[in-house]
Design a protein around this ligand. Structure first.
Ligand code: IPM
Ligand code: MN
Length: 360
């Protein structure tokens, strides 16, 4: 038996609801394949501020370092969004966590599912067959540079910095992923304006000869924002810096039909973290309407990270069965919607062997 300890940071809003379903599915995997997963729930985000005044308590960070992987729901609360003077924010916990764990590469797959083509506002023939993998740099750039107000308080600044080494390490990962896929890598930057972007291009051009099979393409981020929805099939691996990746990946989720479908993995040199790309969706909290699939698929990426490919494939097949059977939350099934829990139950039962589907 394989024994793994997973730290769970369910967080705020719908985070706990979607994590509950992902854990259910991982438990079904453990049951079917004879593994032992233990789940260590810890506070992070607004819930941690409420309990300890700290969005990332020391105990939470310690639990993450002691775990084999981290599963995260979502963090954030509108009471902070609408208060620009708030000194402590839930997001600081997530950013500090990414930095502390050295999670420099955030990997976000975007797939157009045939069963959901009609749910995208984009034309089906445009998006059908889309399969891209976004590598978003996660611990540098404008998110982590010096920020503050000018001395007279009348101005503000956020510095964007990147080092050659920060670019190299994620670029190598993106090239390696491209080698196993359709062998195309697109660097998204703003090299016509930003010096950091010129450094990204320089570094990528220098590394490229080490991956002779991979075709490299360069796009300015404004053009990329258009191309991603105009002709998404042209993309295989997209490599980009922190903030461009944040924006482009939300945009790309429109292709899948719902933000509630997109998982992500954040990796570095130590423990890896898995989280849906969506936020805490506070309006939906407790209403049973949140789509758990993004978190469940994040669980599948966690299994792949453990080297459990067959197990991950079983989860993906179960998700596919839910899509094909229209066992979906209201944003994807308005006429006969299922609840968060029903979707989770269905997928867990499919994973367990699909023998008895009475429960969902
Ligand atoms: C994401 C989120 C975060 C980010 C926020 C919550 C800080 O939007 O994971 O994409 O901007 O990275
Ligand atoms: Mn985001």
């Amino acid at each position: 038996v394989l024994k793994k300890k997973i730290a769970v940071l369910a967080g705020d809003g719908i985070g706990p609801e979607v994590c509950r379903e992902a854990i259910k599915v991982l438990e079904a995997v453990a049951e079917r394949f004879g593994h032992q997963f233990t789940f260590d729930q810890q506070l992070m985000g607004a819930c941690a501020i409420d309990a300890t005044d700290d969005p990332l308590p020391a105990q939470t960070l310690r639990a993450c370092f002691e775990a084999d992987a981290v599963l995260l729901g979502a963090i954030g609360d509108p009471k902070y969004d609408n208060d620009p003077s708030a000194k402590v924010r839930p997001e600081q916990g997530l950013l500090r966590l990414r930095k502390s764990l050295g999670l420099y590469a955030n990997i976000r797959p975007v797939t157009a599912y045939d069963a959901l083509l009609a749910h995208s506002p984009l034309k089906p023939e445009r998006i059908s067959g889309t399969d891209m993998l976004i590598f978003r740099e996660l611990t540098g750039g404008i998110y982590f540079g010096d920020k503050g107000r000018t001395d007279d308080g009348q101005g503000a600044y956020d510095h964007c910095t990147y080092s050659r080494e920060e670019i190299e390490r994620i670029a190598h990962r993106a090239f390696q992923a491209a080698e196993t896929r359709r062998r195309k890598l697109t660097l998204v930057d703003k090299a016509n304006v930003l010096e950091t972007s010129r450094l990204w291009r320089e570094v990528v051009q220098q590394i490229a000869p080490q991956y002779p099979e991979v075709r490299v393409d360069y796009l300015f981020v404004d053009n990329a924002a258009m191309q991603v929805i105009l002709n998404p099939k042209q993309f295989d691996v997209i490599l980009t810096e922190n903030m461009f990746g944040d924006i482009i990946s939300d945009e790309a989720s429109v292709i899948a039909g719902s933000l509630g479908l997109l998982p992500s993995a954040s990796v570095g040199d130590q423990v890896a973290l898995f989280e849906p790309i969506h936020g805490s969706y506070p309006q939906a909290k407790g209403r049973g309407i949140a789509n758990p699939i993004a978190t469940i698929l994040s669980g599948a990426m966690l299994l792949e990270h453990f080297g459990l490919q067959e197990e991950a494939d079983a989860v993906k097949a179960a998700v596919q069965a839910a899509l094909d059977s229209n066992i979906l939350t209201p944003e994807l099934n308005a006429t006969s919607p299922c609840s968060t829990e029903q979707v989770g139950n269905f997928i867990a039962y499919q994973v367990a062997g699909g023998i008895d589907c009475q429960m969902y």
